[in-house]
Design a protein around this ligand. Structure first.
Ligand code: GLP
Length: 291
């Protein structure tokens, strides 16, 4: 796993700003899907996040679909998390987010989208079934994620087990404060619990892409890649994943060491080969999986 030689690989891709970072991620997802060559017997399984960070990527993916460059017909998706207690049609449910910002505008089939149901009568059974569903599709090819300013991934709050599976979590006050912006700034309206994939669930994906933008996430990025693996910053577990990409903007690098930034910027030409050339479903792809 990892690269062709079997090494563990962690890449940090630094783009000028948020627009460029989210576009880079969209191009990467596009190339991955096309190179996988999905079909009725071979679905590409994609893990997806909500939040404001991935919005630019979703816009680009919609654009690629509209231009005929990309199709989601043979793509299955699993979302990272969902609030407990919000009906699916609540405007701030992650279910609504995904349909309003992405699924409604591409050719994905509703039965191929999977989002945890935070109103299920038995939440533990709901989480167990989600894990089983992921397993039965053959596992997640690429898990795209975002992080909270405290370094949480999905809703794996600081202190979560790094081998956790999909389960019910109580949200940390920092997360409630960060997400109050979606509830008219009213913290009392933010659900206090969520269903979330575990860190272990994400670690099982064959590849993970984390999008991090903005100065407010810079300490989280530092902890994610420069500090040791620590359950107080659950995204740091990815240091032990065999194939991880962190895609960020300049602002998010402000707490990184100068030599870390210099090192990864020095690799940008190599990393850009992952998205150049940009493949299109209009032309059959002859190139094999890239590493
Ligand atoms: C929430 C979600 C995370 C998401 C994070 C960042 O806490 N559970 O999955 O990554 O917010 O959101 P944003 O991109 O809006 O900063």
């Amino acid at each position: 796993m990892g690269d062709a030689s079997g090494k563990l690989t962690m890449k940090l891709i630094i783009l000028e700003d948020e627009t460029k970072a989210t576009e880079w991620a969209a191009k990467y997802i596009r190339n991955k899907i096309i190179q996988f060559n999905p079909g009725p017997e071979r679905y590409f399984t994609l893990g997806l996040p909500t939040g404001s960070t991935p919005l630019g990527s979703y816009k680009k993916l919609i654009e690629y679909y509209r231009n005929g460059d990309l199709s989601f017909k043979y793509v299955k998706t699993f979302n990272m998390d969902e609030y407990v207690g919000l009906p699916r049609d609540h405007p701030e449910s992650f279910h609504s987010f995904m349909w309003n910002n992405f699924f409604n505008y591409v050719d994905i089939l509703p039965e191929n989208t999977h989002i945890l149901d935070g109103t299920a009568p038995d939440l533990d059974a709901e989480c167990k079934a989600f894990e089983e569903k992921i397993k039965s599709t053959g596992g997640i090819e690429l898990f795209v994620g975002g992080i909270g300013p405290d370094g949480h991934i999905a809703f794996n709050e600081p202190g979560s087990s790094l081998v956790s599976r999909t389960r019910v979590k109580t949200l940390a006050m920092d997360t409630i404060l960060a997400n109050a912006r979606f509830f008219n700034g009213d913290t009392s309206k933010v659900p206090t619990m969520a269903l979330t994939v575990g860190v272990g669930t994400i670690m099982d994906a064959r590849e993970v892409l984390i999008l991090i933008t903005g100065a407010h996430k810079s300490l989280a990025l530092h902890k994610a890649i420069e500090d040791g693996v620590n359950h107080m910053s659950t995204v740091s577990a990815l240091q032990q994943h065999h194939k991880t990409l962190f895609v960020c903007d300049e602002d998010a690098t402000s707490e990184l060491r100068a030599k870390t930034v210099r090192y990864f910027k020095g690799l940008s030409e190599v990393h850009n080969k992952l998205v150049e050339p940009l493949y299109s479903m209009k032309q059959p792809c002859t190139i094999k999986q890239f590493e």
